[in-house]
Unconditional design. Structure first.
Length: 127
């Protein structure tokens, strides 16, 4: 399940910025007016926050910073906050709650790992 944060930048010259991040695949995309400006895959990191900075606009220029913060422990299984700033002022933030689909996906993943571990244990005990 991807987390998405959308916000508008500018007064006279308006631009739509969309930040999309998939917690399970690590795929991150930032688009401005539908044009991709950042694309990366981020799976593992020692740092608990990541900043993405870009300038948006031609005649009316704005500095945009998007910050993703993760918890220290079990980050892959917990919500992560994404905050957008335009010219140093917070303009958008994700809520810290996981959506139902994310919760179900995590439950399924834990169940598969548990059943796989049991099957491996049974296989090794029978040998």
């Amino acid at each position: 399940m991807a987390t998405s944060l959308e916000f508008t930048v500018g007064d006279r010259e308006r631009h739509q910025v969309v930040y999309t991040w998939d917690q399970f695949t690590g795929r991150l995309r930032i688009t401005v007016d539908g044009r991709e400006v950042v694309s990366t895959i981020r799976m593992f990191s020692v740092r608990t926050s990541a900043d993405y900075e870009l300038t948006v606009g031609e005649a009316e220029r704005h500095e945009v910073r998007i910050t993703k913060e993760r918890p220290v422990a079990l980050a892959a299984f917990r919500p992560q906050t994404i905050t957008a700033y335009v010219d140093g002022r917070e303009v958008a933030r994700t809520d810290d709650t996981m959506r139902r689909g994310q919760t179900i996906g995590i439950g399924v993943l834990i169940g598969v790992l548990f059943v796989g571990g049991l099957a491996l244990q049974l296989i090794t005990q029978t040998r």
